[in-house]
Design a protein around this ligand. Structure first.
Ligand SMILES: C[S@@+](CC[C@H](N)C(=O)[O-])C[C@H]1O[C@@H](n2cnc3c(N)ncnc32)[C@H](O)[C@@H]1O
Length: 275
């Protein structure tokens, strides 16, 4: 017994788990491409894909000042495109898929008493908040586009939420007001996410949570960027930006297994402001 153990210990690295038939060939030597070569090839492929996506993406947000871009956003959402969004987003998959996250409590609203919905649009997330938040929770929502706020009021037909026209980069709220924030597809309308995330961190109470959805830098994201004149985010870069403003990325969420596999539904994550 002692001898056998001794023999096993004396095997060179790379041979430890091999059966007797393969004993003479170390694990590291394989036929075909090495792991490093495969990694380099897939990195090159990713770079190529990224370059194509970058070509497709809309560049307006990089080419004008934020003040000019803000006017563009208001114009797009106040106008017919916003009206179409108000109609179609209720028919698209995003609304029921977003509801699943709240209904299943994967993003849990229970116990939250001051809820903020950022860039409420036509009330796509707001209607879920009204359904799944505690009955005594106060719900505030705002949008930069007066046209979208009007549409949300008309569609929601509920006296409970407080509606405001405001810009995410200059919030009219006191520090540490909210214990829960939802922010669906708004950050892509900022040249730098930190302008908005920093404001959200300011108005969040210590320990508050946020559901953040945004457009990713992939093929689908590039098309979204074309249609809505917005930018996209790289997952790692966004993670870094959240950290810089003191928001911790606690849970990556996926609408469905297909979303996880194809990364087709954008970035969906729960964040926390540390207590
Ligand atoms: C794609 S819609 C998202 C609507 C809704 N949140 C959802 O998840 O479906 C984006 C909304 O963000 C608003 N928005 C864009 N930039 C904003 C900003 N800086 N401050 C507030 N709202 C903004 C737009 O007016 C628009 O209504």
């Amino acid at each position: 017994m002692t001898r056998a153990c001794g023999n096993r210990q004396s095997k060179p690295r790379g041979f430890e788990h091999m059966g007797s038939r393969t004993k003479r060939r170390p694990l590291l030597i394989r036929r075909g491409r090495s792991r490093e070569e495969k990694a380099a090839a897939s990195a090159a492929q990713r770079r190529k894909k990224k370059a194509i996506n970058r070509l497709l993406e809309d560049r307006t947000i990089e080419q004008v000042s934020y003040d000019q871009y803000r006017q563009t956003v208001r114009h797009v959402y106040d106008g017919p495109q916003g009206a179409i969004l108000a109609l179609c987003s209720f028919l698209s998959l995003h609304t029921p898929l977003g509801e699943r996250l709240l209904r299943s409590r994967r993003f849990d609203l229970r116990g939250c008493k001051q809820v903020l919905d950022v860039g409420c649009g036509a009330g796509q997330i707001l209607r879920h908040l009204l359904k799944y938040a505690d009955p005594d929770a106060e719900i505030t929502c705002f949008d930069i586009s007066p046209g979208m706020v009007r549409r949300a009021r008309r569609r929601i037909q509920n006296p409970r939420p407080r509606f405001l026209v405001a810009d995410l980069t200059q919030l009219p709220f006191a520090d540490e007001t909210f214990d829960c924030v939802t922010c669906g597809y708004v950050l892509e309308h900022l040249p730098d996410a930190r302008l908005g995330l920093g404001e959200l961190a300011r108005v969040m109470q210590p320990g508050a949570k946020m559901l953040l959805l945004t457009t990713e830098d992939n093929f689908g994201g590039a098309w979204t960027s074309r249609v809505w004149r917005c930018r996209t985010y790289n997952r790692q870069e966004l993670f870094q930006m959240c950290q810089e403003v003191g928001l911790v990325w606690t849970n990556e969420l996926w609408f469905t297994p297909i979303h996880k596999l194809l990364r087709a539904g954008g970035i969906c994550v729960e964040l926390r402001k540390p207590a």
